[in-house]
Design a protein around this ligand. Structure first.
Ligand code: NAD
Length: 573
């Protein structure tokens, strides 16, 4: 091991003990402090002359890198600038992102990371994480062991459904890398305990296959039994090599995402953010919105526009919230309507996938609906007839929430709850301004992408962003810091409640149902504690973690600041 984090035996102060001297310290992004090495460290660590004479504070370094960041002209140039800073000096990178979280989150993660995935083979600079290809399926244990140290959190993708951009093959690696940066920036998971993994099974993206610079396997995707066998081998290898790691699935095709969650959810500590994290952040927004309307959860009815992976997670967690409020499972299920590209999902449809079948309306229920074509009941007709209190969009379709749809919501509710969640901004089902204007200023709006505040009728509405980053980093922190053995839906429901409680009265007064992003570490801490408490209650974590829990979680959260560094002389074995 080239370095480790230690504590002074007398003062208790944290420091980094290093086995290397000189240039290697500047090349390792975790040990590199660049111009911030003190005079004593420079002398003791053989760094004299390798950096300019002036000694910078971290604030001076931040001013320098931020100035350079601002002169970059395009979002992709800013992404590359930040990625190279991360490769050079992780402490400075994370402190910069921490200090400018609202400005930089869209660069480090969605939407700009999508562009970086598309350009991956052209902007590739330095390795990060692990690449495991189908051809290496007999050596997965050895490849995992090549990583420097056992990780706390692994994020894995196969690159097939990258954001709204489809199959990016090996370029999908940008997503686990970006996501893990958020685990560190938002919840303080130490960066050296995060591991992004790309499972390369080929790509169906012909443009990538034709690109001479493409860095992945050059064949069509492996599918079917061979694909599943590869995934099984990967998960089993993770369980052998890194049994304590949390495994998060990311941007898999919906059917594969659902399959893997069902297959492995009971075998290791694993979750899918696209499904469970999204659900928790949306349900948190609903709990907060009910603090504005003064209504009870048990009286809510929801229409979901879009019936994909996100909708499935939201529907299931909404049912859990209603059951928790006293409804039977059957009563709760009937409070949900799903609408996809073929209109309201009813039991009249043949050949439905399990999720759609679970929430399909009985034909008798819709027999009395006023509509033009009972074979295709539109979203607006669904809203008029079903009169939901909540409308959520996860359709990836801009314009789906028309004026008619929003006016129908406003006719049924004093304060309609309208969440057009599709990303990026161009795909949002309506704009925040439209939802507010068409409801005469009454809609409580949250979006998936950031929107500027909306001024209507002399009032300014701040638009809360239902950003998954409010949930998944805190969940990961809780699962890791609490030594939790399984991730369950009940933990996500408690995470949602914890987040909703952190929405302040000032946020609610402005119409916002999520906290400001600047409070995200605070949110992650609360989410982590909620996850651990539920884990203990469900028997998935040891009760010994409960006394002093808040302090334990705080101490587990790494903060990007320089620690003193001391040379540790090698004692030959
Ligand atoms: P998905 O591809 O699994 O699902 C999309 C669904 O929309 C499908 O069921 C499809 O039939 C339906 N659809 C397409 N056109 C439609 C139309 N005209 N009317 C009604 N339904 C239509 O994708 P997903 O993973 O569920 O994500 C969907 C969207 O949700 C994406 O844009 C994503 O960015 C967004 N999302 C937002 C958040 C967030 O804000 N926190 C989290 C996750 C996903």
């Amino acid at each position: 091991m080239e370095w480790s984090i230690e504590h002074d035996s007398v003062t208790g102060e944290e420091y980094i003990a290093v086995d290397m001297r000189g240039e290697p310290l500047l090349r390792d992004p975790f040990t590199n402090k660049s111009t911030a090495f003190t005079a004593a460290e420079r002398e003791a660590l053989g760094l004299d002359g390798l950096v300019p004479p002036a000694i910078s504070t971290i604030d001076q370094q931040l001013a320098r890198v931020y100035e350079n960041y601002r002169v970059k002209q395009t979002p992709l140039e800013r992404y590359i600038h930040l990625a190279s800073l991360q490769d050079r000096n992780e402490t400075l990178f994370f402190r910069l992102v921490h200090d400018h979280i609202a400005e930089m989150m869209p660069i480090v993660y969605t939407p700009v990371v999508g562009q970086a995935c598309q350009q991956f083979s052209h902007i590739y600079r330095r390795p990060r994480g692990l690449y495991i290809s189908y051809e290496q399926r007999d050596r997965i244990d050895a490849i995992l062991a090549n990583h420097a140290r056992p990780p706390a959190v692994i994020v894995v993708t196969d690159g097939e459904r990258i954001l709204g951009l489809g199959d990016q093959g090996v370029g999908g690696m940008g997503i686990p890398t970006g996501k893990l940066s958020l685990y560190t920036a938002c919840a303080g998971i130490p960066p050296y305990l995060t591991l992004p993994i790309m499972l390369d099974v080929g790509t169906g993206n012909q443009e990538r296959l034709n690109d001479p610079l493409y860095l992945g396997l050059r064949h069509q995707r492996i599918r079917g039994a061979e694909y599943q066998d590869f995934i099984d081998r990967f998960v089993e290898a993770v369980m052998r090599v890194y049994p304590a790691a949390v495994l998060q699935w990311e941007d898999f095709l919906k059917a594969n995402a659902i399959t893997q969650l069902a297959r492995f959810g009971d075998r290791l500590c694993t979750f899918n953010d696209d499904i469970q994290g999204t659900a928790a952040v949306v349900v948190a927004g609903l709990y907060a919105a009910l603090r504005i309307t003064g209504q009870a959860m048990r009286d809510q009815r929801v229409v979901l526009g879009g019936a994909g992976a996100a909708a499935q997670g939201i529907a299931n967690l909404f049912v859990a919230a209603l059951c928790d409020a006293g409804l039977s499972h059957e009563e709760a299920r009937r409070r949900i309507c799903t609408v996809d590209s073929r209109g309201l999902v009813t039991e009249a449809r043949a050949d439905m996938e399990d999720f759609k079948a679970a929430y399909a309306r009985p034909v008798a229920d819709v027999a009395s609906y006023v509509c033009r074509d009972p074979g295709h009941i539109t979203l607006e007709e669904t809203v008029r007839n079903f009169a939901p209190t909540i409308l959520v969009g996860t359709s990836g379709t801009s314009g789906l929430f028309t004026e008619g749809v929003i006016r129908a919501m406003a006719a049924a509710n004093d304060r309609p709850i309208v969440f057009p969640l599709s990303n990026p901004t161009s795909k949002s089902e309506c704009t925040a301004e439209e939802a507010i204007r068409w409801s005469d200023g009454r809609a409580i709006v949250a979006t998936g992408s950031p929107f500027d505040p909306v001024v209507y009728g002399g009032r300014t509405h701040r638009i809360g962003q239902g950003n998954n980053a409010f949930v998944f980093p805190g969940v990961g922190l809780g699962l890791w810091a609490g030594g939790v053995r399984r991730a369950t839906n009940a933990m996500f429901l408690d995470a949602a409640r914890a987040l909703a409680q952190l929405v302040s009265q000032a946020d609610l007064d402005q119409g916002a149902v999520y906290p400001e992003l600047t409070r995200i570490r605070h949110c992650s801490h609360a989410v982590a504690c909620a996850v651990i408490r539920r884990a203990v209650a469900e028997g998935h974590a040891a009760p010994e973690v409960l006394p002093g829990l808040e302090e334990t979680v705080s101490r587990a959260m790494w903060f990007p600041a320089y620690r003193p560094m001391r040379y540790r002389r090698h004692v030959p074995a």
